[in-house]
Design a protein around this ligand. Structure first.
Ligand code: PLP
Ligand code: COI
Length: 362
């Protein structure tokens, strides 16, 4: 069906938290623990297309126990942030890129594509009603989580004919409890995140479900995140459970894995652009774990970092496996890592010019 303008109905939450309760939460939000007073949903059906856009009180979703998502995992999501600038205005970062990625994820998971203007409008609607939930303090923001799932009650295995799209929002500080201190990464020898030809490039729950046992193994080994290698040869660096990886070479070149089974991060793309603007060479290519190990030992690789919406840019201090270690847990954060982090967050928080036109006012 041709996209038509969507008019959202708005039902205010009569049980919304008081300003005092909200301020207490915003003073120490952590990550992903607290949610705002409202949520957005839009329905989709094969006959009716996208319809019934709503802003409604945040609360439980009622689902038929036979809803396909509960059985076959037909689900996708996005992650983005709303930032409060010094003048009080609220902005988000490259939302068209998240909309486009959600459309690619939808195609892979045989879900309907939500048009970009609906996606952006859904974010605007939620932030308009929950604007007071966008925190002020340095390094904090409102994390936005759009998601879509198959809600048709049918146990046959085929793309669902009824789908729901929602957006929820969660005030956020740092994803890692240590802030921007270098993190330790566990190299998963046994488990792959995504197969060749699989769903690795889509932002779908199944990829995260597949990462959880390996993530637990990482915690058990004293690490913060898990690093996955390619599923065919177990040789090439792919990404972390929830972040992309970038290596910095002695000559200033930034290298990041090129793979059809990783999530194409918008943070990574933006950082690489900023590095190119400064005259750094950027290579998107296969990087083996041996190259990383040998490069770090010889001094050819001088910095490594993880990046993603939740993690922003976080230095990687140590990579640990059953057989070897790269780097050290008490490494200091790399200079380029930290200056790119500073530049990216300065753009996001409106402290320097947005020369690429990445910000959208909400
Ligand atoms: N890789 C995975 C598996 C992720 O979950 C994320 C986070 O969204 C990323 C990479 C980074 O993507 P982005 O920078 O768009 O948040
Ligand atoms: C994000 O960065 O938005 C993600 O989805 C990653 C997850 C680890 C929270």
């Amino acid at each position: 069906l041709a996209p038509r303008a969507l008019t959202f109905s708005v039902t205010k939450n009569l049980a919304a938290r008081s300003p005092q309760e909200r301020d207490e939460i915003l003073a120490n939000p952590g990550f992903g623990k607290f949610f705002t007073d409202h949520m957005v949903d839009i329905c989709w059906s094969e006959q009716g297309g996208w319809h019934r856009p709503r802003v409604q009180p945040y609360g439980p979703i009622s689902l038929d126990p036979a809803a396909a998502v509960l059985h076959y995992g037909q689900e996708i999501f996005e992650g983005m942030k709303a930032y409060r600038h010094a003048d009080g205005s609220i902005w988000t970062f490259r939302p068209e890129a998240n909309a486009a990625r959600m459309q690619r994820s939808a195609r892979r998971l045989a879900l309907p594509e939500l048009p970009t203007d609906y996606f952006i409008e859904s974010i605007k609607q939620l932030v308009a009603v929950d604007a007071d939930w966008v925190p002020m303090a340095d390094g904090t923001c409102l994390y936005l989580r759009p998601f879509m799932f198959a809600k048709e009650a049918f146990l046959g295995v085929r793309p669902a004919h009824k789908v729901a799209y929602y957006v929820i929002a969660s005030p956020a500080g740092s994803y890692f409890s240590g802030g921007v201190a270098p993190v330790s990464i566990w190299l998963s020898a046994e488990y792959s995140r995504a197969a060749h030809g699989g769903t690795g490039a889509a932002k779908t729950g199944g990829n995260y479900a597949a990462s959880l046992l390996a993530q637990q193994e990482a915690y058990d080994n004293g690490c913060d995140q898990v690093l996955f290698l390619d599923s065919r040869e177990g040789k090439y660096v792919e990404e972390l459970g929830g972040m992309n990886v970038v290596l910095v070479y002695k000559d200033g070149t930034l290298v990041t894995p090129d793979s059809k089974s990783i999530l194409e991060g918008i943070t990574r793309d933006s950082i690489l652009q900023l590095a190119e603007d400064r005259g750094h060479k950027v290579e998107r290519r296969n990087v083996s774990i041996d190259e990383w190990r040998e490069g770090q030992a010889s001094g050819d690789i001088v910095e490594a970092f993880a990046c993603g919406t939740a993690a922003v840019i976080t230095p990687i201090g140590l990579v640990k496996s059953n057989d070897f270690e790269i780097g050290s847990a008490d490494a200091v954060a790399g200079e380029l890592t930290m200056s790119l982090r500073q530049e990216l967050t300065d753009i996001q928080y409106g402290r320097i010019e947005d020369r690429h036109g990445w910000l959208t006012r909400l």
